[in-house]
Design a binder for this molecule. Structure first.
Ligand code: UD1
Ligand code: CA
Length: 467
């Protein structure tokens, strides 16, 4: 390999631990930040570096961790290795030896519980590692200085300021505990030198574990170059070890998201401290978000919308000028421009609400399309249905879509007036211009322009002749 052509980059993510300090039955890396498991954040960042491969060390709830990783990384990119007993971070790296040792590569080691690290920072770390003294370092450690370094491994430097060792909190003397520069748990290694040195790591320490943090000091003792990349944003480097840290990170992340939406996108928040907006959501100009609104996942909201208190919108698309009143739940749904939803409406997956349509109080819509200017304003269930334009669905109307075994579709045309308390027993079609009387039970298809009444509903009159 020529000196101008860098060694390929591989990434190793450590994610086998339970995370005892979380006091949880759920593996730590599956706890959610901004609605996604911690491990997903790390995997997405890893992918942005375009590595040759990504290896993930799994253990606790390893099957679930694999599923989470696969949401972010292509099967062709990722390999998993099991660490059945968690004997320390050094041991975790060692179980991946078989996958990595044979290739002369640069290995970036990431921690599944350090979710906010940015790809730009990692790229700079890798670059410094490769460029070190013109030939590359054996190891480069990402560090940061903290006001409160408690819990982290401390970076001990010699009189010349060169790296000497990493001392874990539990093994540190009082003097070492006063050091504010900490180990991020993120490193770049020359793969061959890493595995050579790892064979010499012992577990003679307070926790009886094989520490990956012993590798750099052992390297230094054998005359290898260990360099330090000191970063200046502590937030990126913060690890999650307990729920208080998780909640604090959530708070900071949310504040950053809302500030960005206000300053860069012109969104109004009535009470920015009490709105919960996913980092991946998009919200348009002059939209007003009232207190206690949650916007989750990859939701897109247009310009000039109003979202009232108590509403949750998840992975949905909302057009321009939409008004969503208080206490609505909207998941995997689509609402077109000018529509009005709520209060107390429930739009479930694959609900599609047309332009200027109204879906009101206690109305539930699932897997259904409601056409332009149509209205379902009170106490209604619309499931597996298609409703045309300018149609009015009276209060208490139900599409009876489920016969106990299968779901069936209801089709309602344009300019229809469904009377209050109508039951539509699917599969059933109601033509354009139909009117149904209050309390009708529609069990058979109704041709256009009929007035139907009764249970079961029968046509009593033609409203206008078809032309
Ligand atoms: C580690 C570092 C510490 C650093 C801190 C930064 C060591 C010994 N210490 O401490 O210097 O300041 O990270 O956040 O490395 N894991 C496994 N298998 C194991 C043990 C851990 O996969 O046997 C995984 C965990 O799931 C976790 C990561 O490695 O994702 C870090 O482990 P954790 O126990 O949280 O290490 P810290 O005590 O935080
Ligand atoms: Ca940790």
């Amino acid at each position: 390999m020529s000196q101008f052509e860098p060694k390929p980059l591989n990434i190793l993510i450590l994610a086998a631990g339970l995370g005892t300090r979380m006091k949880s039955n759920l593996a730590k890396v599956l706890h959610r930040l901004d609605g996604r498991p911690l491990i997903n954040h790390v995997c997405r960042t890893a992918a942005a570096l375009a590595p040759e491969k990504v290896c993930v060390v799994i253990g606790h709830q390893g099957e679930d961790v694999q599923l989470a990783v696969r949401e972010e990384l292509d099967d062709s990119l990722v390999q998993f290795v099991w660490q059945n007993e968690q004997l320390g971070t050094g041991h975790a790296v060692n179980v991946a030896r078989g996958l990595l040792e044979s290739q002369d590569s640069t290995l970036l080691v990431l921690s599944g519980d350090v979710p906010m690290i940015r790809a730009e920072t990692l790229a700079a770390l890798v670059q410094q590692h490769r460029a070190h003294r013109g030939r590359g370092a054996a190891c480069t450690i990402l560090t940061v200085k903290l006001d409160d370094p408690a819990g982290y491994g401390r970076i001990v430097r010699d009189e010349l300021g060169q790296f000497e060792s990493i001392v874990e909190q539990k093994d540190a003397t009082d003097e070492e505990k006063s050091i504010r520069e900490i180990n991020s748990g993120i490193y770049c290694f020359d793969t061959t030198k890493l595995f050579e040195t790892l064979s010499h790591v012992k577990n003679h320490n307070a926790q009886g574990e094989y520490y990956l943090t012993d590798v750099p000091s052992l390297m230094r003792q054998t005359g290898e170059d260990v360099s330090i990349y000191r970063h200046d944003d502590p937030f990126e480097i913060e690890g999650i070890n307990n729920r208080a840290q998780l909640a604090e990170m959530e708070r900071v992340l949310r504040r950053r998201t809302i500030t960005r939406l206000m300053l860069d996108y012109g969104v109004t928040f009535i009470d920015p401290k009490n709105a919960y907006i996913s980092q991946r959501a998009t919200i348009g100009r002059d939209t007003v978000i009232h207190p206690n609104v949650s916007i989750e996942g990859e939701t897109v909201i247009g310009d000039g919308c109003t979202i009232r208190s108590g509403t949750r919108i998840s992975n949905s698309k909302i057009g321009h000028g939409v008004e969503i009143l208080d206490n609505c739940v909207i998941t995997d749904a689509e609402v077109s421009g000018g529509a009005r939803i709520g209060p107390f409406a429930h739009l479930r997956p694959a609900a599609q609400i047309g332009e200027n349509a109204h879906v009101g109080n206690f109305v539930e819509v699932k897997k259904s399309r409601i056409g332009r200017n149509s209205k379902a304003n009170h106490l209604t269930y619309i499931g597996d249905a298609t409703i045309g334009e300018n149609t009015n669905i009276g209060a208490g109307t139900i599409t009876c879509n489920y016969d106990g075994k299968n779901k069936h579709r209801t089709e309602i045309g344009d300019n229809v007036k469904i009377g209050s308390d109508t039951m539509l027993v699917a599969p059933v079609k109601v033509g354009d211009g139909v009117v149904s009387g209050a309390g009708s039970v529609i069990t058979k298809d109704v041709p256009p322009n009929k007035l139907v009444v009764g249970a079961p509903a029968r046509a009593i009159r033609t409203l206008k002749s078809e032309d």
